[in-house]
Design a protein around this ligand. Structure first.
Ligand code: NAI
Length: 284
């Protein structure tokens, strides 16, 4: 895949991983639309980038109509989009049993429906354009590894991974690649997610624990540099790899998880139909 001259659309591009992706795409000669809910961060990002090939569009990815409008705006200014990075995401560090329906609606709305909206908006346009391209959905190592605390987050990231894999099979005949980005800890502003929580989805929300947010902020200082994540992501896109694992240190932990899963199988006796029930590749 040739990056130069293509138009990219990056959600959550005003900070963190998204902004790293924007910088890397510009360096590859792409035109880039940065979509983000934070207007001030968008303005600051555009200023620091100081590049004619970039535009900012304010968007809440959870809004279907908003997404289609933002796509129209981006394509009117920069030409048809053939690289999509569904990256915007938030975190809420609390267990499922302590969460409210508003907590669910907020996190599912951004982390899962935001990605769905990106796919539903751009996949038909990319197919009609017929110039191939690539969609990268940002999941997380949390799409494989669960903890008690980020329960809703885990749910959304597992879903993004599954959805991305299915999408990869369906878009491949159109020359459109799909990858799922699964980082570990990254230097970013995700600890401050609560700042962008809509007031209509704040009913039943637990009061923000500023000490816990402070601890998260400190923890994220040890995260990987977004520019490194971005470079590893674009390399994977170039090679059309599905899983993008920028943090090699998780390989052993992942192996343990798969071993635990396999250990739950039992050697039950084979019955009629045994052979026919396997072979998921028939559905690809
Ligand atoms: P970040 O907070 O630095 O950047 C996320 C951006 O998304 C922010 O600019 C924010 O304003 C924007 N955003 C939030 N809600 C939005 C909405 N409704 N519509 C549009 N934009 C919205 O965080 P980071 O870490 O760069 O997050 C990017 C992605 O990476 C997320 O999907 C996150 O779950 C994922 N991730 C982050 C990790 C980390 O350690 N920081 C690890 C693994 C995955």
């Amino acid at each position: 895949l040739d990056f130069a001259g293509r138009t990219a659309f990056v959600t959550g591009g005003a900070n963190g991983i998204g902004l790293g992706l924007v910088r890397a795409l510009l360096a590859q000669g792409c035109k880039v639309a940065i979509a983000d809910i934070r207007e001030d961060a968008l303005a600051a990002a555009v200023k620091t980038l100081d590049n004619q090939s970039v535009m900012a569009v304010q968007l809440d990815v959870a809004s279907r109509e908003g997404f289609a409008q933002a796509a129209d705006e981006a394509e009117a200014a920069l030409g048809p989009v053939s690289l999509v990075f569904n990256n915007a995401g938030i975190n809420l560090f609390q267990t499922i049993d302590e969460s409210s329906y508003d907590d669910w609606d907020w996190v599912m709305g951004v982390n899962l429906h935001g990605v769905i909206n990106g796919v539903m908006t751009f996949a038909p346009r990319m197919k009609a354009l017929g110039q191939g391209g690539h969609i990268v959905n940002t999941a997380s190592m949390a799409s494989f590894l669960c903890g008690g605390a980020p329960g809703i987050y885990n749910t959304t990231k597992f879903a993004v991974r599954g959805m991305s894999e299915s999408l990869r099979y369906s878009l491949s005949p159109h020359g459109i690649g799909v990858s799922v980005l699964c980082p570990g800890l990254v230097k970013s502003h995700i600890y401050a997610s609560d700042e962008v929580r809509p007031s209509v989805l704040s009913g039943g929300a637990k009061p923000v624990d500023s000490a816990a947010v402070g601890r998260l902020e400190q923890l994220h200082q040890f995260g990987m540099d977004p520019d490194v994540i971005a470079a590893r992501t674009l390399e994977a896109v170039q090679e059309n790899r599905f899983h993008i694992f920028p943090h090699p240190e998780f390989r052993d932990e992942l192996a343990t998880v798969f071993d635990e899963i396999l250990a739950d199988f039992r050697d039950y006796p084979q019955d009629a139909g045994f052979e026919q029930r396997t072979g998921f590749e028939k559905m690809r």
